[in-house]
Ligand binder design. Structure first.
Ligand code: PEP
Ligand code: MG
Length: 564
């Protein structure tokens, strides 16, 4: 038996035989073309158009987030700059196949060099190139295997076109050797609740037919599992299925303490699913996701439309909208124009907004207008809260909250993602109406580990007692000031860590909607006093792994078995 580690997406567990994705097509030769340049160009145009249409059709068939991803890929295929690059190589006597291969590869390298969100789109570009080359050669595009029975799909990275149309009756789980937690494979796996682990470097050694357990909650692939391990995994999968169909009660601890369970959303279209899965509102609406591909700042009217749709979907419920969080892993062309050596430590979040205050003012205008436009909702209007990203100082808190109040925003708060603001939470919460802790960035900055970098992924663990101590500071400051403290980083989606966070003083938890059922079930197992005891056990540890173990032991000592 061996354990291969990666980044788990979601909390599921699955088992089955491996089936590997076919290897990419071999690189075309660099030799001269036997055809004229015009003939080569015509062949490439036909192939590109056909691939773009096929991607659009797959998108229409898949719907949801997959449609957006595939439409973006179809646009990539027909990008005029890429077309010019291909044409210039053909004009230099190359074959269509080579011209496509080489031009797309140079674009891919540029995207990879940019890193972050754009870097992770490199795999999408590779997939388009492979599809066009396959078409030019008259061979099928490399794709998902069909061994004739359900299987665990193992791939280098999965193209959106493949992930979108996965047959979920056949694909038991996904393992990729590349890709981080924000790759498209991860995003779509999360959306479709596919058990997945990405960034498993050792996955290249897995062979067809080999039996594995894929434990996304632990981020571990177990090869050659024992009968006992298989049985345990089966039981966990069955327990999880039972939890998913449990009644949608509001989030609460065993003693009845209410802990509202909210959704993290990036688009208003995600609202229906969140409501269906029992979200009691929205704890984090990432407005920057609406405009990642825009070159210009969105207009007030465009924004108002999106925010109105969001607020209308949550009548009578709390909706926390975050002002644009631009920079580092989520650059916005209209807010981050300067080149920075270390963008995670640069002009990002509230700093970037402040440098372009007109954009922040327009966003607050649009939010206030959307709020006013939805006041007459039949079941009562949504309760709009607005918060600023990446607040590092008391002064920034004053700046943002007074600006928001100028626009009539009634509840103005801050995200605590930088250790300085956690340490000064008592003063910050004297000013802001609420705090929401972004554990993804708080962990990145506390441990000085880039959250997108595979080589330091082991540091990016919110169980680290240093992170837990900072969260305790904020929880305490919230209690003393009588202000709510939410959690909206990925940590809130870990069922046992969710209990610890509540023990440290969190008053609500916000997460990807697919994680709600597991967290709801876990909270119901413990009283507030027990949650505090489990948090104490985790705080007393030296490192993340021992904090997790200590919390598990403390939870088990209450006579319960903790999930995750
Ligand atoms: C976080 O940093 O934890 C957070 C919720 O914000 P984002 O992941 O969008 O940076
Ligand atoms: Mg953040």
């Amino acid at each position: 038996m061996a354990e291969l580690r990666g980044v788990g997406i979601g909390l599921g567990v699955a088992q089955g035989p491996v089936a590997r994705m076919a290897e990419p097509l071999p690189a075309p030769s660099d030799g001269p073309s036997a055809l004229s340049a015009d003939e080569e160009k015509a062949r490439v145009s036909e192939a590109v158009a056909a691939v773009a249409r096929e991607l659009e059709e797959r998108g229409a068939q898949a719907g949801g987030a997959a449609r957006d991803v595939l439409e973006a890929q179809a646009m990539m295929a027909e990008d005029p700059t890429l077309e010019d690059e291909v044409a210039s190589r053909i004009a230099a006597g190359k074959t269509g196949e080579f011209a496509v291969f080489d031009a797309f590869a140079s674009f891919r390298d540029q995207l990879t060099a940019l890193g972050g969100y754009l870097g992770e789109r490199a795999a999408d570009l590779d997939d388009v190139a492979q599809r066009v080359i396959a078409r030019l050669r008259g061979v099928p595009a490399p794709g998902v295997p069909d061994p004739g029975h359900p299987f665990v799909l193992v791939a280098k990275d999965l193209a959106p076109a493949d992930t979108a149309l996965l047959d979920l009756d056949k694909v038991l789980a996904l393992i990729t050797s590349d890709g981080g937690p924000t790759s498209h494979t991860a995003i779509l796996a999360r959306e479709k609740s596919i058990v997945a682990i990405v960034g498993v470097a050792a996955a290249k050694d897995l062979t067809d037919g080999e039996e594995v357990i894929v434990d996304a909650a632990a981020g571990v692939v177990t090869t050659a599992p024992t009968a006992e391990e298989l049985e345990r995994a089966l039981k966990r999968a069955a327990d999880r299925a039972a939890q998913a169909s449990a009644p949608l009660t509001p989030g609460a601890l065993a003693d009845g303490t209410a802990i509202p369970l909210l959704a993290n959303l990036g688009k208003p279209e995600g609202a229906a699913e969140a409501v269906e899965l029992g979200a009691e509102g929205v704890g984090l609406f990432r407005t920057e996701f609406l405009f990642l591909s825009s070159n210009q700042a969105p207009t007030v009217a465009q924004q108002k439309e999106a925010y109105t749709a969001l607020l209308s979907a949550f009548p009578g419920k709390k909706v926390v909208v975050r002002a644009l969080d631009a920079g580092a892993d989520k650059p916005l062309a209209f807010l981050n124009d300067a080149h920075e050596e270390n963008p995670a430590l640069g002009l990002r979040g509230i700093r970037a907004l402040r440098a372009s205050e007109d954009i922040l003012r327009e966003q607050l205008t649009a939010l206030a207008e959307a709020d006013a436009a939805t006041r007459q909702t039949a079941d009562g209007p949504a309760d709009l809260w607005v918060m600023a990203p990446m607040i590092a100082t008391v002064e920034e808190t004053e700046y943002f909250t007074s600006l928001a109040r100028e626009y009539g925003i009634k509840t103005a708060g801050v995200m605590v993602e930088v250790p300085s603001s956690a340490l000064l939470a008592d003063r910050i919460l004297g000013i802001a109406d609420f705090a929401s802790i972004g554990t993804n960035d708080l962990t990145q900055y506390t441990l000085a580990a880039d959250r997108l970098l595979g080589s330091v992924a082991s540091f990016q663990d919110p169980w680290h007692p240093a992170v837990l101590r900072l969260i305790r500071e904020v929880g305490q400051a919230g209690r003393e000031n009588g202000k709510p403290v939410g959690i909206c980083g990925e940590a809130a989606a870990d069922p046992l860590l969710a209990v610890v966070l509540v023990g440290l003083g969190a008053t609500s938890l916000s997460m990807a909607p697919t994680a709600l059922a597991d967290v709801r079930a876990s909270l119901l197992e413990y009283t507030l006093a027990e949650a505090r005891g489990i948090a104490e056990a985790a705080l007393a540890a030296d490192d993340a792994a021992s904090a997790r173990d200590a919390a598990r032991d403390a939870a088990a000592a209450k006579g319960t078995v903790a999930a995750g």
